[in-house]
Design a binder for this molecule. Structure first.
Ligand code: CA
Length: 332
């Protein structure tokens, strides 16, 4: 039994297509018994694995949200063997505001796991996802994009795991998703993310980065829609084999350390030297940081410290000291 105060309006063990909300308590001055309604859709039929698909962990990342809305409308119970749980706008207040962080309390929802049942909206929702939804899942994918600040080559993202069997199952799921890039990260402290929470429960799990720049990219949306159906085929929930994109099999890459990042050393306006997806060289020019405070001083020239694919670029022109402006990935 969970001690969660979150009440689902759907029967997680029911069949067919169910549409409702997770009702999360959120007391206000003008509504002491107020709740926030987080949309949930469950499509289930027969016996088979359970796949939890989530989007809107960060509210300004749109490809996953639109893909899961599309799946919620079009996935027919009779084509499903098993159960698909969809949270198309998981961190609903941030999604409704089109923001990365919560308009309630400024929290980053992907830093709230495994949560706290009585810690307020974000922590109690994270606790429900971790303690109620994850334990009934076989596969989990949390759909992210680059958000307002970054633009990223469409990628499935997984962790480098110590357990060889889990690593193989994670890579097989990423191959099935079929993004142009599969990026594996070794995080010293994977920390309070949903991906880490799923891994801690022994679930085959992926995250993603599917575009960014605070917009919905039609090209990245096509990749995301194909990818989630591919994951359902890979899990055996849908019939058929995963479809390969026109760019071919996913390219396995990694960002091994912070030397593959370029950070702004001061506040300024960032002028990148190369577009996203360019192949760049160590010691080559990464761009110029322009300083409005000193009109006649030359801009600060930054260079790459690694050779590889320009996997992530700063999208917003204005940067603060310490912001990453570029991330390089290299082939595994
Ligand atoms: Ca994100």
């Amino acid at each position: 039994m969970t001690n969660s105060p979150v009440v689902p309006e759907v029967d997680l063990w029911g069949s067919g297509r169910q549409v409702g909300h997770l009702r999360v308590p959120q007391s206000r001055d003008d509504s002491g018994w107020g709740t926030i309604q987080v949309p949930i859709v469950v499509v289930a039929n027969g016996t088979g694995p359970t796949v939890l698909l989530t989007a809107g962990n960060h509210g300004d990342e749109y490809e996953g949200q639109v893909t899961l809305l599309d799946l919620a409308r079009t996935l027919r119970p009779e084509e499903v063997q098993g159960r698909v749980i969809l949270l198309p706008a998981m961190h609903y207040p941030a999604c409704a505001a089109g923001k990365r962080l919560s308009p309630l309390d400024g929290r980053d929802f992907n830093r709230c796991f495994p949560g706290d049942p009585f810690g307020g909206f974000a922590l109690s929702l994270a606790h429900f996802v971790d303690s109620v939804l994850l334990p009934i899942c076989d596969y989990q994918m949390d759909l992210h994009s680059g958000g307002t600040g970054m633009d990223i080559v469409p990628s499935a993202v997984g962790h480098i795991l110590d357990h060889a069997g889990m690593q193989a199952r994670t890579l097989a799921m990423a191959d099935a998703f079929g993004a142009p890039v599969t990026l594996l990260l070794k995080e010293v402290n994977a920390g309070p993310t949903l991906l880490a929470a799923a891994e801690n429960r022994g679930i085959v799990a992926l995250s993603s980065e599917l575009g960014g720049g605070g917009r919905l990219s039609p090209a990245a949306l096509t990749i995301t829609k194909r990818g989630v159906r591919n994951v359902l085929r890979h899990a055996g929930v849908l019939e058929g084999l995963p479809e390969v994109g026109e760019y071919g099999p996913s390219r396995r890459m990694t960002v091994p350390d912070l030397a593959h990042y370029v950070f702004a050393p001061a506040d300024g306006i960032w002028e990148a030297a190369h577009p996203l997806g360019h192949t760049v060289q160590a010691d080559g020019p990464a761009g110029l940081l322009h300083r409005i405070e000193d009109p006649v001083a030359p801009p600060i020239a930054l260079s790459y410290k690694a050779t590889g694919l320009l996997w992530c670029v700063r999208h917003v022109g204005r940067v603060k000291a310490g912001d990453p402006v570029a991330v390089i990935a290299r082939d595994m």
